[in-house]
Unconditional design. Structure first.
Length: 186
């Protein structure tokens, strides 16, 4: 992705071969991660649009507020180009289906750049297991799958999708805190 972004920054519309060459990998390796040049370019657009964590949350801020903002930002980014969102998801599925189970490359997991620091900020409130469970739950309400579910299945408007994304993320953090407080009372 860095190679594709660099080539695009140079004003080029690169071929898959040019991207692979710049990244110092074979075309076969590049195709393991991206099913097409279109999918790769779609991914670079998402990567570029991602707001840095420090613009959303800083250590010392309330993680529930931060994760709510991060979830809304992620949803806004996903829904800014719904065609690109569907192309990206199709690419993820093609890569998963086209590779043997032991050779499937991991998905980019950009949402975890937001989730993990905020969940770790709850170290004093939540056990390690509770933080892990919270990170898993938050990964379900942020990202491309959540955007597809809320729009394509839930039929939400963009404004409703943004509001629901923030609400769901905050609710998960609040529930984890509530569960931890209840466990301490027992």
């Amino acid at each position: 992705m860095d190679a594709a972004i660099a080539l695009r920054d140079e004003g080029r519309n690169p071929t898959f071969a040019e991207v692979a060459e710049r990244a110092l990998v074979s075309r076969a390796t590049a195709y393991r991660y991206f099913s097409s040049l279109e999918a790769l370019i779609s991914e670079t657009a998402t990567e570029r649009g991602l707001v840095p964590l420090e613009h959303i949350w800083r250590p010392g801020d309330d993680p529930a507020d931060g994760i709510s903002r991060a979830s809304r930002e992620m949803m806004k980014l996903m829904l800014a180009d719904e065609v690109g969102l569907h192309v990206m998801e199709r690419s993820f599925m093609a890569v998963w289906l086209d590779n043997d189970p032991g050779a499937r490359p991991p998905r980019p997991g950009r949402r975890m750049k937001f989730i993990l620091p905020m969940v770790e900020a709850l170290k004093g409130e939540l056990s390690s297991a509770a933080r892990r469970r919270l990170a898993h739950a938050l990964s379900m309400v942020m990202g491309s799958e959540a955007a597809l579910a809320i729009r394509d299945i839930g039929g939400a408007s963009i404004d409703e999708a943004l509001a629901a994304a923030g609400w769901a993320a905050r609710a998960l953090v609040n529930q984890a805190r509530s569960d931890a407080a209840e466990a301490r009372r027992k």
